[in-house]
Design a protein around this ligand. Sequence first.
Ligand code: G1P
Length: 271
Amino acid sequence: MKIRKVVFPVGGLGTRFHPITRAIPKEMLGIIDKPLIHYAFEEAIAGGIEQFIFVTRQGKNSIEDYFDNILADYENKEGKTKYCFCYVRQNEPKGLGHAVLCAKDIINNEPFAVMCADDFIYHKKSCIGEMIKQYNGTNMVAVMTVPHKDVSKYGILDIKNEDGNIVNAKSVDEKPSVESAKSNLAIVGRYVLSADIFKILENLEPGVKGEIQLTDALLKMIPSVGLAGFKFEGIRFDCGSKSGLLAAILHVAAEDKELSPIIEHFYKTKL
Ligand code: G1P
């Protein structure tokens, strides 16, 4: 089945970027001339997505304004676009699982993608597009290996077996302790999910941090649909952190003909 819809959870508070995120959504923080959410949008388009569901909240209106403004760039000669934007509100920050649940009525019983814009993936191929190509009804998450000391920041897979770039999981644990983690294979913010997940999310008890965790719903669905980790190509930057955002900006600038001399000059003169 074609995957046409993506959920962008953009209702987070972005406290790690205070004070700037008191006025600007973290998804609108820029990598040079484009906000993070625009990069996610382009990755989704390259993956064949046509409908964009933003799970948003108070103070995030600039995201709507931004997409109103850039949409003209995606129109054909007749001024028509195949892209469609919907906005639903998540009035309480109750976690990623809760954000996805807010999109239930718009998804309407078809498999769909979820993308977290602060996980910026610098890629030649669209990560979500590659996942969509391989999606076969098993819930799928993008995965990467992380230093063992960092496992408690992520959802971590317990590996059953591996087949090429796919890792089948026998279990998954949200933010395990370093001692209890079953591997260092971590989920990054790209998902292709069966709409059956909504039934699970509706009845899920709060997990880590008192939030409704998407990972907990994925765990509950392993016996019915399974869970596949997709080892993507490309580099992921955690743009939910200052160091990750800075690294992403430097990386994009270093790849840009006009900007790379500035980076080079900076290294030579300041470091
Ligand atoms: C979320 C997910 C987690 C995943 C991470 C990737 O956590 O719950 O499973 O590994 O994104 O960035 P958060 O970073 O929102 O705490």
